[in-house]
Design a protein around this ligand. Structure first.
Ligand SMILES: NC(=O)c1ccc[n+]([C@@H]2O[C@H](COP(=O)([O-])OP(=O)(O)OC[C@H]3O[C@@H](n4cnc5c(N)ncnc54)[C@H](OP(=O)(O)O)[C@@H]3O)[C@@H](O)[C@H]2O)c1
Length: 257
């Protein structure tokens, strides 16, 4: 039987690339996003590659709706892998004003609570079955505070800590957890960012590395590895030196579409 995989944020960027990557394996996909048109286009492209696809036009902040959809999808046939990928980015605007308060709240609700909403519904079923995998899309931004994106950095630090804690907790129950920590990946989200983007990676290559890391049930999948190592080291420096070394990485974030 084909692998059952749920991907949130499948209508764009990394989620879309992962959907197409798993479609090539003939997976049975549950694809979620808010933009119906873009989600349908991805679903059709996956079907053309041989995948079976169900879609859900859902906001990950809608806890009950998301839970209902996921439980129904799992009831039809057990889910093997959940990829909690949906996320938003905020930061200092080109005019210099700091991230708008409403946007910062929406970001936390999406990147942190939306991720919890994605993970929780099928945990009891996966634990009972003694199998299943969860991949959380964090970021290299979770390793080090970014002055131009405080809420985004904090949200991704939360994803990293939550994911690694969950991994320890669920290991005896046969459920794997991986935290994916990408650097700069060429997606619409990255295009909103104006500033240095070292070691940018094409999204298809990123999807391949992520899929391989998940297949090995790695605790963290950091990509690109060298940039990830540099960022981790920067996060361990004395605070004054870290701030100084981060000065050349300041950026602004354009308005969402
Ligand atoms: N690109 C990078 O350089 C980079 C680096 C590190 C980490 N990441 C992380 O990778 C993940 C995907 O980012 P991306 O670069 O692929 O961005 P993207 O192209 O902007 O895609 C974001 C996806 O998330 C979905 N989404 C956003 N808010 C949602 C909500 N409230 N409910 C449901 N879906 C929602 C969007 O769906 P709709 O458009 O349909 O609303 C879209 O499919 C994010 O978690 C991001 O933080 C990206």
């Amino acid at each position: 039987m084909s692998r059952r995989i749920i991907i949130t944020g499948a209508s764009s960027g990394i989620g879309k690339a992962l959907a197409l990557r798993y479609a090539l394996d003939g997976a049975s996909l549950g694809l979620l996003g808010r933009n119906q048109e873009r989600l349908d286009a991805v679903a059709n492209a996956c079907r053309a590659l041989g995948a079976e696809v169900a879609t859900g036009v859902l906001d990950v902040r809608s806890r009950e709706d998301l839970s209902r959809w996921m439980v129904d999808f799992d009831y039809a046939a057990p889910v093997d892998l959940i990829i909690a990928n949906a996320g938003v980015m905020e930061g200092t605007r080109p005019g210099g004003q700091i991230e708008p308060p409403d946007a910062a709240y929406a970001l936390m609700e999406t990147n942190v609570l939306g991720l919890l909403n994605t993970v929780q519904p099928l945990l009891p079923a996966m634990m009972k079955r003694g199998r299943g995998q969860i991949a959380l899309i964090g970021s290299i931004a979770g390793f080090v505070p970014l002055a131009d994106s405080p809420s985004y950095s904090a949200s991704k630090a939360a994803v990293l800590t939550y994911g690694l804690s969950l991994r320890d907790l669920l290991e005896p129950h046969g459920v794997g957890v991986s935290v994916i920590c990408p650097g700069y990946i060429s997606t619409p989200m990255m295009e909103r960012e104006n500033g240095p983007k070292p070691f940018v990676m094409p999204v298809d290559k990123a999807a391949e590395i992520i899929a391989r890391g998940i297949a090995r049930n790695k605790a963290t999948v950091v990509l690109p590895r060298f940039f990830g190592a540099m960022t981790r080291i920067s996060g361990m420096l004395p605070e004054r030196i870290r701030r100084w070394s981060n000065k050349s990485f300041r950026f602004t974030v354009g308005d969402p579409e």
